[in-house]
Design a protein around this ligand. Structure first.
Ligand SMILES: Cc1cc2nc3c(=O)[nH]c(=O)nc-3n(C[C@H](O)[C@H](O)[C@H](O)COP(=O)(O)OP(=O)(O)OC[C@H]3O[C@@H](n4cnc5c(N)ncnc54)[C@H](O)[C@@H]3O)c2cc1C
Length: 421
């Protein structure tokens, strides 16, 4: 038997296990998925949990057992990965060693509050993060009890996973306090190291306009240096200070230590990966999917899904002695919840930033790009069902409504020309 070993049973690892158990001759191949966790968390739901919105109230609304969606043809191993010995094509884990013929890294990334002075000490007091399940749940009471004052959301540094989730959070905070009839008593500020609300200029201007309409302040170019939770203030390397009553922190995101310690990382734990073939550059027969790559697109579940399709094809090609193809174009798409049952939709890749238009069918939609709509909000909510029932079992590849490569159908092309000038 030959071995395909997949490290991580989150979004990317599960989609790849589903794809590969269908593509490979399972009489000749053993597919093994290894993960140290106990639950698979539907992370987009972490946005709604702090506000108890749209049926997201507790752990059961986002979590299933870790191996819930791993196909039965694959072997699941509950273990911590300690080292990737790529010279000997072997993975060392807490439950023994696993030899591989092909390996996929799908270990995600995590938030690390200890990277900012004073942040870990204040967690759970007046600092909270919704980037973990525990963190999202721990915010419910403080938000419910909040009677007025200044809520500050701070992004410590980039890259972070789901870079739109922070702006969605402040939009929902506006909606939440409007519903409670105390919005006039609450100041909401979005403090970011970026030059604006998002990484891409056109999308930034659309999101900034919405923030302005909602009276949400945007404080750009803020490189956080420390938090003093007793004085309730964050400080920047540039000497600025922002006071808060409740700090919503997006701590630095870091890649898995094991990638760095195995000599495959870029210094921050992200595997050095070819942008288009998704092959890991520092070793043979290893691919990387999802948040643990260093490819310059968003760290998002949609991206992990599109990447998995390319990786599955490339592994099959290599098995047949062919070169992997540079097919991944950086495609990313995501719904951006903007409050009051509306959302926007972004669709972009390495070359083309989010544009206005309709998606997925030109002129028909039903979703509108870069524009708020109720249908987009329904799409955002429906995504949970799609995630568990279609995306993880890899039933979407080939679906014209969710193409792996970005399609220009329905995009307002003149915007591209404008942006070039
Ligand atoms: C608040 C929030 C909102 C989001 N919203 C969206 C959204 O609307 N749309 C979207 O597309 N994406 C969204 N995302 C991002 C999306 O959830 C992630 O990009 C996606 O889950 C990444 O998949 P992955 O497989 O790379 O990593 P993960 O799904 O995080 O899986 C990594 C797995 O590796 C395991 N692991 C790590 N280290 C080890 C080790 N040493 N040994 C054993 N196992 C290990 C972990 O236990 C975990 O199960 C959101 C994320 C957050 C935090």
């Amino acid at each position: 038997m030959k071995n395909l070993v997949i490290l991580g049973a989150g979004t990317g690892g599960t989609v790849l296990a589903s794809l590969m158990t269908r593509k490979l001759d399972m009489k000749q191949w053993c597919v093994t998925v290894i993960d140290k966790g106990f639950i698979h968390c539907y992370q987009p739901g972490l946005l709604f949990l702090p506000f108890n919105l749209y049926g997201y109230n507790d752990k059961r609304d986002v979590a299933k057992p870790i191996n819930h969606s791993i196909p039965s043809e694959a072997q699941f191993v509950s273990a911590e990965i300690k080292l990737i010995d790529h010279e000997n094509k072997r993975v060392e884990t807490s439950e023994g060693n696993f030899d591989y013929d092909f390996l996929v890294l799908a270990l995600g990334c995590t938030v690390d509050p200890s990277e900012v002075e004073g942040m870990a000490e204040g967690m759970g007091r007046n600092i909270f993060t919704f980037y973990t399940l525990e963190g999202a749940l721990s915010m419910q009471e403080p938000l419910e009890m909040f009677e007025g004052g200044r809520i500050v959301l701070n992004i410590a540094e980039m890259p972070i996973k789901c870079p739109v989730a922070p702006i969605e959070f402040v939009f929902l905070a506006d909606y939440f306090f409007q519903n409670k009839n105390i919005r006039d008593k609450v100041t909401i500020d979005f403090v970011t190291p970026l030059t604006g609300a998002f990484t891409k200029p056109v999308a930034t201007s659309v999101l900034s306009e919405i923030a302005e309409q909602k009276n949400i302040g945007i404080i750009p170019n803020f490189q956080i240096s420390e938090v003093d939770h007793e004085k309730k203030v964050i400080k920047s390397y540039g000497g600025e200070s922002v006071e808060y009553d409740l700090l919503v922190a997006i701590p630095p995101n870091t890649g898995p230590d094991v990638i760095e310690e195995s000599g495959l990382g870029n210094g921050l734990g992200y595997a050095v990966t070819d942008d288009h073939t998704l092959k890991v550059k520092k070793a043979e027969r290893i691919y990387a999917v999802g948040d643990n790559t260093n490819v310059p697109t968003s760290k998002a579940g949609s991206v992990a899904h599109f990447e998995a399709e390319v990786i599955a094809e490339n592994i099959m090609r290599e098995m047949e002695g062919k070169e992997p193809l540079p097919e991944f174009d950086g495609h990313s798409n995501c719904f951006i919840e903007s409050g009051f049952h509306k959302a926007l939709l972004f669709d972009f890749n390495y070359e083309v930033e989010p544009l206005k238009g309709s998606y997925p069918l030109g002129g028909i939609g039903p979703f509108s790009l870069l524009k708020e709509s109720y249908i987009n909000h329904l799409g955002k909510l429906a995504f949970k069902h799609i995630y568990w029932n279609l995306l993880l079992p890899a039933l979407l590849p080939g679906d014209p409504l969710l193409p792996g490569k970005m399609s220009m159908a329905g995009k307002e092309l003149e915007k591209i020309v404008e942006n070039l000038h």
